[in-house]
Design a protein around this ligand. Structure first.
Ligand code: MN
Ligand code: MN
Length: 453
């Protein structure tokens, strides 16, 4: 919403302007940024793949310092011109997305199908995962510690997997007459992985055939599923959407839209006063728990590591208290089919630039991280100064629902932090929708924050 300033006239009302209007002379940059982003979305569907992709992209840049946590969390850092004791600049975003994980003992046979049992991860609408092509991504770690990486279902020549759905002719009692939350059950989200029997064996012929193929192709046995991180995700590439190609459609844009922008911002940074950190975290979708989530205190380890490399004496908690951060996360955009869940004057709109969310939480800001007025002023000041499309947005009407981000785990250290990211439609679905001007505005907002705030 950068304000137009003329010499003799102050614009009194806060007028929101379309990102397309503000960026009309930068459409070439919008396109090239989104080409890179679409490639990232197509290649990366898990947290491990995101870490590996960033590692590969950063390989040739000697100025980038990469600090990893178990291959599922990464900090991409660039040294500033002032010491760490002056504080650092952090953009945090998450690289995990809602999906179906395989159970520890997933493989079974029923009515001549080999099936895999799943346990969903994060907030999904279960019906969206039925009757569509699915891919399997992840790792199995064998007893000797060797790692077998798998990606099955992405290449056009690969087979894919699916979860079947009931035909409408027979769905009257099992689905239609039930509440949506009861009609689709987690224990029915079973993946069909095969149907051809091994004619040489006596029992479980289809399952045995699948096991034989898995052993021949990947050298794995059934018990290897116990020590595995295997994720079922929607198969296929990210796409341009609309006859005007104005949007990006893909699985996993919450929150790869912000994690890619954070990575690209630190990568492209020319000069920054403070040390910049793109902090890409795992486990946000399940509450940031665990040793690779935002609650793991990995940020302290990052500072110890940087201090060692820069040969500085620091106390990490003091550095963090003096730091400033953006919590980069996707917001729910004003929905053209369900406008009633939003309060229109405080809903983020797709195509209107990066969205700043002053506070999150639900039912009276409970569980929120709230940015103070001074920090909000600093944000709108640099965004306006640089003509970066921005807007404010709250996630839904008061008491309609709500959600949290990693902001509060950064705020625990006493640093300034605010939520900032683009608005999506169909958030948490297998095909989330973003606007190309919003993804680019997010990148501009992050990069300029690192340079100027
Ligand atoms: Mn998110
Ligand atoms: Mn989410």
């Amino acid at each position: 919403m950068p304000r137009k300033r003329t010499k003799d006239k102050v614009e009194l009302a806060n007028k929101v302007r379309s990102g397309w209007e503000i960026l009309k002379d930068r459409l070439g940059e919008v396109e090239s940024y989104n080409r890179e982003y679409i490639e990232f979305l197509t290649r990366v569907k898990t947290e491990r793949e995101a870490v590996a992709y960033c590692r590969e992209c950063a390989r040739r840049d000697k100025g980038l310092i990469l600090i990893e946590n178990r291959g599922k969390m990464i900090a991409v850092c660039r040294k500033g011109s002032v010491p760490l004791t002056n504080g650092v600049r952090i953009i945090a975003a998450h690289i995990d997305s809602p999906r179906l994980d395989l159970k520890a003992n997933p493989l079974y046979e029923d009515v001549d199908f080999a099936m895999l049992k799943t346990h969903y991860y994060g907030g999904i609408k279960k019906y969206q995962w039925l009757a569509r092509p699915l891919a399997l991504h992840g790792v199995l770690v064998k007893e000797d510690g060797s790692i077998v990486s798998v990606v099955i279902g992405e290449d056009a020549n690969d087979p894919c997997f699916t979860i079947e759905d009931l035909l409408p002719h027979l769905a009257a009692n099992a689905q239609y007459s039930k509440k949506l939350s009861d009609a689709f059950q987690a224990e029915k989200l079973n993946i069909i992985i095969g149907s051809r029997p091994d004619l040489e064996v006596k029992d479980n012929k289809v399952k045995e055939h699948v096991l034989r193929l898995l052993h021949e192709t990947y050298g794995i046995v059934e018990q290897d599923f116990v020590s595995a991180d295997l994720e079922i995700v929607p198969a296929g590439p990210a796409r341009e959407v609309g006859i005007d190609r104005s949007m990006v459609g893909s699985y996993g844009q919450d929150d790869r839209v912000c994690s890619w922008a954070a990575f690209a911002a630190v990568r492209d940074l020319k000069h920054a006063v403070h040390t910049s950190i793109a902090l890409l975290v795992d486990k946000e979708e399940i509450g940031s728990e665990g040793n690779t989530g935002a609650k793991s205190r990995f940020i302290e380890e990052i500072l110890w590591e940087l201090a060692g490399r820069f040969k500085e004496e620091i106390i990490p908690s003091r550095v963090l208290f003096r730091s400033k951060a953006i919590s980069g996360d996707a917001n729910g955009g004003l929905d053209p089919d369900y406008p009633e869940v939003h309060e229109k004057s405080n809903a983020a709109r797709v195509g209107y630039g990066v969205c700043i969310t002053k506070f999150t939480g639900a039912r009276g800001k409970v569980g929120a991280s709230e940015a103070n007025a001074e920090y909000m002023a600093a944000m709108r000041s640099y965004l306006n100064r640089n003509s970066i499309p921005w807007q404010t947005g709250e996630l839904g009407k008061v008491d309609e629902g709500g959600g949290g981000t990693v902001a509060k785990y950064l705020a625990e250290y006493g640093m300034d932090v605010v939520d900032m990211g683009p608005a999506l439609l169909s958030m948490h679905s297998p095909f989330e929708l973003s606007s190309k001007v919003d993804t680019f505005s997010t990148y501009l907002a992050y990069r300029t924050f690192l340079e100027e705030v």
